[in-house]
Design a protein around this ligand. Sequence first.
Ligand code: URA
Length: 431
Amino acid sequence: MPAFNPVRTICRKRDGHVLSDEEIAALVSGFVEGTVSDAQMAAWAMAVYFRGMTPQETAALTQAMLDSGARLSWTAADRPLVDKHSTGGIGDKTSLVLAPLLAACGVRVPMISGRGLGPTGGTLDKLEAIPGFRTDLSLQEIRRQVRDVGCVITGATEDLVPADRRLYALRDVTGTVPSIPLITASIMSKKLAEGLDALVLDVKHGTGAFMKRLPDARKLAESLVRVGTACGVRTTALITDMNQPLGEMVGNATEVIEAVEVLRDRKHGPVRTLCEALAVSALRRIHRESPPEELQATVCAALDRGDAYEYFCRMVRAQGGDPTARLPLAEPRDVNADRSGCILGIDAEQIGYALIEAGGGRKHQGQPIDHAVGFRMHVEIGDTVRAGEPLATAYLRPPTADTVIRMVRDAIAIGEGTVFRPPLIAGHFDG
Ligand code: URA
């Protein structure tokens, strides 16, 4: 390769050329070391946003980002390492159920999760609704807990994929987040740093998802699966619905409560259905000789016998929390229908913004979260309601309560006619 010059690399991408692996590696390491400036990296990200990247370039970017920091290492002879990643949504508490569920099915789960991003909720924020729950474990603590308990859900440490932390912060303020190759490298570099054997991806589409349109979600799923597979991880993606919140609860404490209802009280519904499907998809990649019905039975038994709940309790205790603690909720208020009719649509993103307005999400980085606010939705797309009936119960604080109630009511479209409920699972990709 000729001597690396970041300006030339930016211009080459701007003009639609394909970058070499070496050029991409030099750009990323220069960015982390400080010889490529934030302005240059942001200009390059914008060029990628418009020009895209080939699969080979995307894989090279993922690898360069992965090489920027530490990785988790494991004893090979132990149980397989499996994780799930969701592209994010509203009411998506599947990680809270899935990590202990997979552990109860005999695999190790080193789940590194994130905080809320825009209107979508974050697993760490939800778990911190449990008093005392720690999400800042060191690499050594993560390794120990996975060995002793079987599963962990914690935040990324400073030394895991530093290139992503810096690039993501730049993308966030330069309008370059929604780029399939940049999202792919960002997600997959973090997941590959976990040293996994298998990964299941939950790629969401719809009003509350990053990818509003199904074809874009499919493209993202293909890109993620391609990179995971090329890097030696057995990767599968489900394309799932985010045209309405997942399950009944939206918020932080509220979502922990629903996860516990699924784990301890055997609550059936979309959360359990999706968790079963994700768990079976992940286990299929590990136990390739087992028929899917057998894996499905294993997963259902782990939920029905209470094994997955037992793993949840052990995980929460190991991370400093009390799994039986009663989680406080703010003042309940009804959100009532102002007319009779069919629920034609629910703007899940608007529900996410209503949660932020209530204080359950962030308007700016580092803002503290009120874990006690949230919603219990009483309707789904396709239901019928009468004027005055409750659409949702909102747990709110007085200063913002009226505004939030209006936002939730406005997010739910009621009208004449009937609509079909969108299928929970719209597609499936295996690497
Ligand atoms: N989640 C990530 O981790 N990275 C992205 O780029 C988008 C969503």
